[in-house]
Design a protein around this ligand. Structure first.
Ligand SMILES: Cc1cc2nc3c(=O)[nH]c(=O)nc-3n(C[C@H](O)[C@H](O)[C@H](O)COP(=O)(O)OP(=O)(O)OC[C@H]3O[C@@H](n4cnc5c(N)ncnc54)[C@H](O)[C@@H]3O)c2cc1C
Length: 382
């Protein structure tokens, strides 16, 4: 990666991941001197995510097809093993080669002119004479964007809001196996194995991803994902014992909604650092793309054209997750498996599942897709 040619930046972004790299590309294209810091040694190192893109994320940022695998549907398994298949016309998810995608986004940001400073950890900073000075680095900037993830050090250093509610996810990557139907993200609802979230088996890009995440209980009780128990549940179907393990990962996923405050003078948060993760689906990449880019645009308008304060502008634009936050609380209560077995195959639950997985298509879309694809849900056993 290039060394900085100067220490004075218009914009320093902490975090070279989905939000930070897209923000860097945008701001550099618009003419700002941009530096991006990341504690990692190189882009794509230590991937912490499954990396599934919903279609809206794929539409927001074009990722080379060679780095993705298109998955048209979601298969939801009830605790008793019966399943429900969901599709929507024209909709798909993209599994990604996440490390490759990070390298692609980093190259794009660098090509736009951003300086990528990998192996540089942000430890603290202070506002001095309208500039943010970064502790221990000699770097200074007119504006600082914190895109440094769920446990943001930028938020901590500047007294901003911090995520307090998390899902905990663990995942193992295996070599690719033909036992996993590639037309589906396989999602397991099971209150005993995955209270407050779900387990998944994903036909990834040249590999298979298997993971499980859990939330805290409704009254804050600690829960930990039990990967071994989940593997025992899915192994009879997918025979993963035949597959070599390629990688393991784990991480917290913010699920408490937007943090507050989001900004202070010349400092703004975005991506996971701002709590921009759907509390229900735990998807954060689409929001990181969309609002990382918007935050960069607002900072450019502020610095280049006397536009409104970026913090105030983004407070108006960042989503607040109203109904999804409510559903998150209900799901964290972990309804009993017997209830899930009964409820999953009722029309209201099918419509809800369709809304959760296919977003704007909503309930009406669910009906349309059922008609269009004869998707009176196909039922079966795992
Ligand atoms: C197990 C798991 C599975 C997930 N699966 C999906 C999924 O399939 N689809 C989806 O949409 N979302 C998923 N998510 C959520 C998604 O990964 C996040 O929402 C997304 O990565 C947020 O991007 P970001 O750029 O805001 O932050 P991050 O991707 O967390 O990146 C933050 C960056 O900041 C750097 N950094 C942190 N602290 C410092 C510091 N002090 N100094 C310098 N650099 C620092 C880190 O090295 C990192 O590169 C998953 C999360 C987990 C944990």
């Amino acid at each position: 990666m290039r060394k900085p040619e100067f220490d004075g930046y218009d914009l320093i972004i902490v975090g070279a991941s989905f939000a930070g790299l897209v923000a860097a590309r945008t701001a550099a294209h618009r003419g700002l001197k941009v530096g991006v810091l990341d504690a990692k040694k190189e882009p794509g190192a230590r991937v912490r995510t499954t990396g599934i893109l919903v279609k809206e994320a794929a539409d927001e940022i074009d990722i080379p097809a060679a780095l993705t695998r298109r998955i048209p549907g979601a298969r939801l398994y009830a605790p008793n093993g019966r399943h429900l298949d969901l599709f929507a016309p024209g909709y798909y998810f993209l599994a990604t080669d996440t490390a490759g995608t990070m390298r692609f986004l980093a190259r794009e940001a660098a090509r736009a002119g951003a300086h990528l400073l990998f192996g540089t950890r942000f430890t603290g900073g202070a506002l001095v004479d309208d500039e943010i000075r970064l502790e221990g680095t000699g770097l200074k900037t007119r504006y600082l964007l914190g895109a440094d993830g769920a446990r943001s050090r930028v938020a901590e250093a500047f007294g901003l809001g911090r995520n307090t509610e998390f899902l905990l996810g663990v995942e193992t990557e295996y070599e690719e196996t033909p036992t996993v139907d590639p037309d589906f993200i396989h999602c397991y609802l099971d209150t005993r194995l995955a209270p407050g979230y779900l387990g998944w088996v994903v036909p990834g890009v040249n590999m298979t991803q298997v993971g499980v995440a859990v939330s805290r209980g409704l009254f804050g009780e600690e829960r930990k994902p039990d990967y071994a128990a989940f593997l025992r549940r899915v192994d009879p179907t997918f025979a993963l014992w035949n597959c070599a393990e390629l990688a393991k990962r784990s991480g917290p996923i913010p699920c408490g909604g937007l943090v507050s405050p989001l900004s202070t003078r010349r400092v703004l948060l975005t991506g996971d650092a701002a709590g921009l993760v759907s509390p229900l689906t735990a998807g954060g990449i689409r929001l990181a793309f969309q609002y990382g880019r918007r935050a960069a645009q607002a900072i450019c308008d502020y610095l280049q054209a006397g536009g409104p304060d970026p913090g105030a502008a983004m407070a108006e634009e960042y989503p607040t997750f109203g109904s999804k936050a409510l559903l998150r609380r209900l799901w964290s209560a972990a309804p009993p498996n017997a209830l899930l077995n009964l409820a999953l195959f009722t029309p209201p639950m099918q419509a809800l599942a369709q809304w959760i997985y296919f977003r704007k298509r909503g309930f009406a879309g669910a009906e349309a897709s059922l008609r269009a694809q004869s998707l009176v849900p196909r039922r079966g056993t795992a």
